[in-house]
Design a protein around this ligand. Structure first.
Ligand SMILES: Cc1cc2nc3c(=O)[nH]c(=O)nc-3n(C[C@H](O)[C@H](O)[C@H](O)COP(=O)(O)O)c2cc1C
Ligand code: SF4
Length: 505
């Protein structure tokens, strides 16, 4: 018998370690032939700790399980949820990038291979660098870190650059509010990221990779560090990847925690041991990146999706999706929502379906007032825009952005003037200080919103004007996109700004 108890940080926060300990004790005392596997999370956070028991080829789920319920679990008297694959939240997904997360032992390389791992790398090793890049281009994969830039084109720029050294840098800073996909894949299927980074190395001629991982993710740091060691010992990483003669090795580097260090040039400065300040572009990191050398900077999900593209072929991946948004997107549903978690789906599902149909509406059972998509720089969507399909262009057309696909739900008690103020305050605190529209503008933004809050609605045109300046004049998207949450709150929830005046009168 195999018993799966997630080691994912969210599951641990909900008590999975105590469940695993109770299981170990009971197994010993009852002298049962059972092994406890610490897997990744299946992504249904409201069911964590979600325990699965595999016996006679069947894998049944239970959850949330408490340590006190462990005896009943082993007695067979605890009610099962059936197989995870039959739970509607899971059954409606298209799991490509996350196919193995929660299914396998994250640090068992043989388990990884038994579930399709390394198949993509083996295929890529038989291809030229140009053919690898073409495959990524054909898949339609776009950067999942926020900007949605085509991954194949970025790789081609690095491939064609002439230099004695090139680098692959994985952006695992995951600073967006309500996002956890990077963390979940690093904790649940770390070899997928390693494999994707090696393929990126083969495509570009880079022989060294770094994962820039935020210090707030100690579990991911631990799992990734162990996985790199295991991969190196097995010859997957090193002077000759899988005996191919191609070299690729990598290191995990831990960031000290600043939202702006997720911005790629600021990240590179931090990786070089400097202050995390944004660099002016050009030059692009693809031409002059880490230590001035051509560098691919890609998000965790972008890189971790590469293995499945090579395993099943670019066309298989490109067949999913909508318009220019090809493949799947791991949507992270969070905030005031009944069924929060990770939902990987082909692009195209409507926002309303995700929030109401999949997420089950608010946890407080009150009406949904707003949904912020794309992290702290994303727009607030009112229910009237719930028909918007999940796609880069579709969200852009509605004055929003997908970002890292975090969806944060708010009920009707949310104060949208307060949320607009929070966006400006966040920008003021996290600003790297390099350019004036952001460094000064965000502070003036907080002051202006406070004026509106005190009933001075004449300050609204000033706020709009300030947002335009920040949008047009900021050096990076921190200052440039903060107007999105501010202006969307003002546009879609004008009453919250007007009520402030009424309250003041
Ligand atoms: C303020 C700011 C924060 C960002 N934070 C992240 C982050 O945490 N993770 C990430 O992958 N990209 C982040 N980005 C986007 C990166 O600059 C960059 O576009 C991305 O890492 C490129 O990878 P991709 O093409 O695979 O998306 C951020 C951008 C800005 C402006
Ligand atoms: S917009 Fe803000 S974070 Fe970006 S470079 Fe300017 S000051 Fe720095």
């Amino acid at each position: 018998m195999k018993i799966y108890v997630p080691r994912d940080a969210a599951a641990r926060a909900l008590g999975s370690d105590a469940v695993a300990e109770a299981l170990a004790t009971e197994i010993r005392e009852r002298d049962i032939d059972a092994t406890v596997v610490r897997n990744g999370s299946r992504g249904m956070i409201w069911l964590e700790p979600l325990v699965e028991i595999e016996e006679d080829g069947r894998r049944l789920a239970y959850g949330p399980v408490t340590a006190e319920e462990v005896p009943a679990l082993l007695d067979g008297t605890l009610e099962t949820l059936g197989s995870v694959e039959e739970i509607p939240f899971f059954a409606r997904q298209n799991r490509l990038t996350f196919a193995r997360v929660g299914l396998i032992d994250p640090l068992d390389l043989a388990d990884y291979e038994a579930h399709g791992g390394l198949a993509g790398l083996h295929r890529a090793l038989g291809m030229t660098a140009e053919a690898i890049v073409d495959e990524v281009k054909s898949s339609g994969l776009r950067g999942r870190g926020g900007a949605g830039f085509p991954t194949g084109i970025k790789w081609d720029t690095v491939r064609l650059a002439q230099a004695d050294r090139k680098y692959i840098v994985c952006n695992a800073d995951e600073g967006d509010s309500g996002t956890f996909a990077d963390r979940m894949i690093m904790e649940g299927d770390p070899f997928t990221l390693i494999e994707g980074m090696i393929v990126a190395g083969l495509a570009t001629g880079a022989t060294k990779g770094y994962v820039y991982l935020r210090s707030e993710y100690p579990d991911a740091i631990d799992v990734m560090s162990q996985a790199v060691r295991i991969a190196r010992d097995a010859g997957v990483l090193g002077a000759s990847v899988l005996g191919s003669g191609h070299a690729f090795d990598m290191e995990i580097r831990v960031g000290a925690g600043a939202y702006v260090c997720g911005e790629e040039t600021s990240l590179l400065n931090s990786l070089e041991g400097k202050r995390g300040v944004v660099r002016a572009k050009p030059p692009l990191p693809a031409l002059e990146g880490f230590l001035g050398k051509p560098t691919v900077v890609n998000n965790v999900i972008s890189l971790a999706t590469v293995p499945v593209i090579f395993e099943n072929g670019a066309q298989h991946y490109a067949d999913f999706g909508l318009g220019r948004s090809r493949g799947t997107i791991p949507v992270q549903i969070a905030g005031n929502v009944k069924h929060g978690g990770l939902f990987e789906t082909a692009f195209g599902m409507s926002l309303g379906d995700l929030v109401e149909g999949i997420g089950g509406g608010t946890a407080t059972d009150r009406p949904v007032k707003a949904v912020q998509v794309g992290g702290p720089l994303g727009a607030y969507f009112p229910p009237s825009k719930f028909g918007t399909p999940f796609g880069y262009e579709e969200f852009d057309g509605e004055g929003g952005l997908i970002g890292h696909a975090g969806v944060v739900v708010f009920d009707d008690t949310a104060d949208m003037l307060g949320m607009a103020r929070f966006a400006m305050e966040f920008c003021a605190i996290e600003s790297c200080g390099k350019c004036t529209p952001c460094r000064i503008g965000a502070v003036r933004g907080v002051e202006t919103i406070d004026r509106i809050g005190r009933g001075d609605t004449d300050a609204i045109p000033l706020l709009t004007d300030l947002c335009e300046t920040m949008k047009d004049g900021s050096l990076c998207a921190l200052g440039g996109f903060t107007p999105y949450p501010v202006m969307s709150a003002l546009t879609h929830f004008p009453d919250d700004f007007a009520t402030a005046k009424e309250a003041a009168e």
